[in-house]
Every structure is written in C-alpha cells, then in structure tokens.
Design a protein. Structure first.
Length: 324
C-alpha cells in the first residue's frame, strides 16, 4: 500500500478553472503534528485522507490523540482566483487567522499580509491564555485554501510561549510545567502539598514554590542551593522509586519529570493512585529510543487521564490526571 506521504494533494485538486465559490465542508478533521512527530501522529490516527507537511487530515470528528499540536475542527476547502480573493474569503469566515505555510510560501504570505494582524505576545505566567477564537489556514495549491475557523489551541500552531525568567530557575524545565498548568487551567497554590519526583536541579520545584505551594522535592542529586532555600521546600535525597506513598502521606499534586523507562513510571503512578493519597497528577512520559506505542496506550487507559504533547516537550508526552 502506498505511503500517505506520497500524495499530499489527495484532499483537493487545482481549481484554476473553477469559479470562486463558497467554502466547502470536507467532513474531515485536521491534526497539526508537533515538529518531528508526524510519524507518531500518523500511527495514532490510522486511516488518513491526506498529509500536507505536518498537517494530517482524517475523516470524521476529532479523535483523542496525543501527538498533536493543534486540531483543526471542521476544515473547509475554499477555491480562490487571486490573493485578494483568498484574503476576502478568510475574512468572511472570521477575523483571527494563523497561517500554516508548508509550500507556496510567497503567495501565502501575500494573502496573510491582507488579513488583520494577530498578536502573539508571550504570556506572563500565570496569565490565562487568549480567549479569542484563532483559526488556521494553508494553501494546498495556488487556487485552493484549506481553512478551519475553530481550532483546539488558543496559540498559533499550538505553540505556547512565555516571558522567561532568566534569573530564578536553575534550568528551563519550568517552561514545560508552566505550559501544562496553563493548558489544564488549574495549578497548585498556598495550602497545596506537592511531591516533585526527579526534581534536581529544581526547575519544577522552583515553579511550584513560587506559586506558594508546599513542595516535597525528591532526587538522588542535590537541588540548586537557591531553590533549596525557597520557603516551603523540603528536600529528600532519595530515588523517586524508593519512596512509598504511605511514607510521604497525602499529597494534592504528584509531579514527575524523572528520566526513566515508561513502564517504570507507569507502576509508580499506579501505586500512588491505588493508595488514594494523591489527588492530581502531572508527569512526563519519556521515550527512550522509538516511541513505545504499547506503553503509551497503557497510560492513556488510566481512568481520567489525558496525554498531551506540549510545545516544550521533546520525545515525550505529558500525562495529566485531575481530581474531578
């Protein structure tokens, strides 16, 4: 069977001789893969309609997949005769648009220049994400736009950017945690007890302490001294896997960015959830070598869990399980 990558124009044909018409619903959903992870997304989706660069089209309504940066809901095909036609057609659907350009970059940029400019300023954490609907569009050929007026992410191409703290945290890992907490719309605060496993040098512990939470920070390697001195931080020098829930006691949040094989992390999370001592979980599932599809499926089957690929993730997923 031919690869879906061999014909990226399967969903549309050139409309050079077609008169300008209304937007045509296609009965598909668009999934924009994170950079470098198209193969993982294709594996999750199975049967496809077309692949346009990182944009993968599949029939039917949105499906729960992890390796996706942004979901294009109800995309439409728009035949155009000119750059002006393209801009008018998009403005007729809504105001705010983000261009995903995978080919015909010059023509696409000329259409983009005729659209209202979308401000994409970095967030100041814990600022809420933008609330206005943001559509996405692309040129699949000179005379055809593919556009979705509603997308899953409030960020351009699902890429969350923050005003970074260049002085406080010991590394940039905190950005991953900021992104996760921003997307789920919940975060620890004063009075919450957090367990941060695999914490050294302390990026996540720093971020949690700055929110006012009490943090039990665990690693065999030491914390950055400045992080260790923060109010509310208790450091335990130990392996994340040597501790038992009963020895730590009730926690409001379990956090882990520990480097380990997925199966080992799964057992650790299962122990905490089975103990009844943990209310919320935010953990990074790191893949060593090729993506372990079977292990990914195990995490996805945890009741109430979601798997996300964050903009600040590498070859890893973030598991979120919140108390309802």
């Amino acid at each position: 069977m031919p690869s879906p990558f061999e014909n990226s124009e399967a969903i549309v044909t050139a409309a050079t001789e077609e008169p300008l018409g209304d937007a045509e619903p296609l009965g598909v959903t668009g999934y924009l893969a994170p950079e470098g992870f198209v193969d993982e997304l294709v594996t999750e989706l199975g049967a496809l309609t077309a692949v346009h660069g990182r944009l993968v089209l599949a029939e039917g309504p949105p499906r729960p997949v992890a390796w996706v940066a942004n979901v294009w809901r109800d995309p439409v095909r728009i035949p155009i005769r000119s750059i002006a036609d393209g801009a008018r057609a998009l403005r007729a659907l809504q105001r705010n648009w983000a261009l995903y350009s995978f080919r015909l970059h010059r023509r696409a940029s000329l259409i983009e220049a005729r659209l209202p400019k979308v401000s994409a300023k970095p967030l100041v954490f814990p600022q809420a994400p933008p609330s206005a609907h943001l559509g996405s569009w692309t040129l699949v050929d000179e005379n055809t736009i593919l556009a979705a007026a509603r997308c899953s992410s409030p960020f351009v191409h699902g890429e969350a950017h923050f005003v970074e703290d260049k002085r406080g945290p010991p590394n940039r890992a905190y950005l991953k945690l900021w992104e996760a907490l921003t997307l789920i719309g919940r975060r620890p605060g004063p009075g919450d007890r957090c367990l941060d496993l695999g914490s050294s040098p302390g990026g996540w512990t720093w971020a949690l302490a700055k929110l006012g939470a009490q943090v039990v920070s665990v690693d065999k390697a030491p914390l950055d001294p400045a992080v260790a001195r923060l109010p509310g931080v208790e450091f335990i020098k130990a392996s994340a896997f040597s501790l038992k829930p009963a020895g730590i006691g009730p926690i409001d949040w379990l956090f882990s960015d520990v480097v380990c094989y997925p199966g080992r992390l799964y057992r650790l999370i299962a122990d905490w959830l089975d103990s009844g001592l943990c209310r919320n979980v935010v953990c990074t599932v790191k893949f060593q070598g090729p993506t372990d599809v079977a292990e990914q499926a195990r995490f996805a089957q945890i009741p109430g869990a979601r798997l996300l690929h964050l903009h600040h993730n590498k070859h890893e997923l973030t598991l979120v399980r919140l108390e309802s």
